[in-house]
Design a protein around this ligand. Structure first.
Ligand code: M6R
Length: 613
């Protein structure tokens, strides 16, 4: 949530900052701003709206020379928490003297009391943000040493932060620090880039340093000095980013979401590669850090996550119970630490998170660790906080997911959970032959997904018929129930159509009252156990005038006849069918949103990676 870029080096800072912000815009896009150092003072430009508005404003207001000369600056793209997305609330914020500028991700929880204290000392505040208080606090502590002032100020704040700070009095350096909000430092040749996300760095260098919580660094064009808040030096290794600049670009697609949907055969191949063992009829998930004997001790699997990751966990729950005869459940990460979960050392808690930074999921990881559970992460972003704090887990290898609407992360999460189910099942229930059969079913996933993607044009034609509706219901059973939830989430978040997902049997316990002549019901009626019952529920909807779009198995004429429109999915294992089915729903949501002219990659009010509770 929100994006930070800081640059110090030989290139034009405003240009680097703007292009970095564009790459981070998916993390927040309601206002943007930048501050640069120029001849002993700080110059700021801010604008409500997108980064393009900031770019236009800076070019209109600033002399062209400034773009050439300035080589140090910080910038921010915001997802508003405190105060509306106005120019005045946009970052960077300045201290009382106007000599110190700060950009901040996270929340300063005690900002009210700090602000009252500062006001009593004569400070004037112009914004409603918590961040401005931190800028003033740093200025208040400043006695000729910016690093010291930032350390002192941070020791007084409660909450979370990822920050970058510059001072007109100390050109040639950026101070950056983190607690609960990521900061990555890109180490280039004669240039250093500070960012909240590696995608803002990749165009400059692949050599990066991830700050740990309570690290504070002094960054110059050719040096990075990292210390803790007591100024004791700490060693952090330089690692190499596992993707290139092209992976964070649209590559000819109209939207990142469409690109990411199309990438799924490859991302799934990457998630599966080397992890299926056909000799043993099992899977190799070495990151789980467990022996088969440890796994035998596990008595329950608990998945925690939010949003799309929570839905993936619901599929995982079916898979583990079905394949491994092991009790499995999903808990909303946001509730986990507040409900005193009954968790012990024989419980495997799996934190599912694309970004690895979601605040609620991270809090659940910490709670599960406190309770002595066996905790692992299932993350996409390498080096993310959840991946590091769990210490063990399985990376998705889906590549950067830029679109706010998660697609390839979901399918890779499910694929990895199917491989977990295979491993756990092999140790408890399966024979080698049964394991091999399921491994083959998992191996076929990329090809199944490719077949659905090839139907994108026909899905677009169907989408056109549903693009003017304002409500939609998604229904499914068994492992397709969570897919119905995910289909509804995709549609609502990018098209703004009110969409609800229900278990097919649940509709008649209330929601069916909402059906009217023509209300769309998207029925996941693939040929898996329970299909006949779903077809019965479809009839109940038709009897109330609903229009039915059925997702059915290729060639299933009985199911097709029950539907007004049909998207066909290749026949496959019931658990595996969740993946091609969700891909069809992703394409449906995409084409409906596109037909409605929505801002698909940056839906209103949303941001990628929710780092606040
Ligand atoms: O990064 P995470 O997987 O932890 O994110 C969880 C949710 O915020 C995320 O899945 C969100 O629901 C997406 N916008 C869904 O498309």
């Amino acid at each position: 949530m929100c994006g930070i870029v800081g640059y110090i080096g030989k290139a034009s800072a405003p240009s680097v900052l703007i292009s970095g912000l564009r790459r981070l815009e998916y993390r927040g896009y309601d206002s943007a701003g930048m501050a640069i150092l120029e001849d002993g003072s700080i110059v700021v430009s801010k604008a409500p709206g997108k980064v393009s508005a900031l770019n236009d404003k800076a070019h209109a207001d600033w002399p062209a020379e400034r773009f050439v000369k300035s080589s140090t600056g910080i910038a921010h793209t915001r997802w508003a928490t405190h105060g509306p997305p106005t120019e005045v609330n946009a970052h960077p914020h300045l201290d009382e003297s106007g000599d110190i500028a700060l950009v901040h991700n996270g929340i300063i929880e005690n900002y009210r009391s700090l602000r009252t204290r500062m006001e009593a000392k004569g400070h004037h505040f112009y914004s409603e943000t918590d961040t401005e208080v931190l800028a003033h606090l740093i200025g208040d502590r400043y006695q000729g040493d910016l690093f010291q002032a930032v350390c002192d100020a941070l020791s007084q704040v409660e909450g979370t932060f990822g920050i970058a700070v510059i001072s007109a009095k100390e050109p040639g350096k950026i101070i950056t620090a983190r607690r609960g909000s990521p900061i990555v430092i890109g180490v280039g040749e004669g240039e250093t880039i500070v960012a909240s996300d590696a995608s803002a760095i990749i165009a400059h260098t692949r050599q990066v340093i991830y700050l740990e919580d309570n690290d504070i660094a002094v960054v110059t064009a050719d040096h990075v000095d990292i210390r803790d808040l007591h100024q004791i030096p700490v060693a952090r290794e330089v690692s190499e980013l596992g993707f290139d600049a092209a992976a964070a670009e649209k590559g000819g697609f109209a939207h990142f979401m469409l690109k990411e949907i199309h990438e799924q055969p490859d991302s799934l191949r990457n998630a599966i590669r080397g992890r299926l063992d056909f000799n043993l009829g099992s899977s190799v998930l070495s990151g789980m850090g467990t022996s088969q004997r440890d796994l035998a001790e596990i008595q329950r699997v608990v998945f925690v996550g939010c949003g799309t990751s929570l839905h993936a966990g619901l599929v995982g729950e079916y898979a583990i119970e079905d394949m491994a005869d092991l009790h499995a459940e999903v808990q909303q990460a946001a509730e986990f630490r507040y409900r005193n979960p009954i968790i012990g050392s024989r419980d495997l808690v799996v934190a599912i998170s694309q970004s690895g930074e979601t605040a609620d999921t991270l809090a659940a990881v910490r709670e599960a660790n406190q309770k002595g559970a066996f905790v692992m992460g299932l993350c996409n972003v390498v080096g993310s906080t959840i991946a590091r704090e769990t210490g063990r887990g399985v990376y998705l290898h889906a590549g950067p997911e830029i679109s706010v609407a998660s697609t390839k992360a979901f399918t890779c999460q499910v694929a990895v959970m199917l491989m977990m189910a295979l491993k756990l099942g092999r140790g408890r229930r399966f024979s080698r032959d049964e394991g091999m059969k399921f491994a083959r079913a998992i191996e076929s996933i990329p090809e199944l997904v490719q077949k659905v993607i090839e139907r994108s044009d026909s899905i677009a034609a169907i989408a056109a018929k549903y693009a003017n509706d304002e409500h939609a219901f998604f229904i499914g059973r068994g492992p397709l129930y969570p897919v119905a939830l995910e289909g509804a989430l995709k549609l609502k978040e990018i098209s703004y159509i009110h969409a609800e997902g229900y278990h097919a049997a649940e509709l008649k316990h209330g929601p069916i009252a909402l059906l009217q002549e023509g209300t769309p019901v998207i029925a996941l009626a693939n040929d898996i156990p329970g299909k006949d019952k779903t077809l019965g529920n479809v009839e109940e909807c038709r009897a109330r005038g609903a229009r039915i779009l059925g997702i059915v198995t290729e060639g299933d004429h009985e199911a097709m006849e029950a539907m007004d429109d049909v998207i066909e999915i290749p026949a496959c294992h019931p658990l595996v069918s969740t993946i091609p089915t969700v891909v069809a729903l992703q394409l449906l949501a995409y084409h409906i949103a596109n037909a409605r002219g929505c801002e698909i990659d940056q839906p209103r009010n949303l941001a990628k990676s929710v780092t606040v509770e």
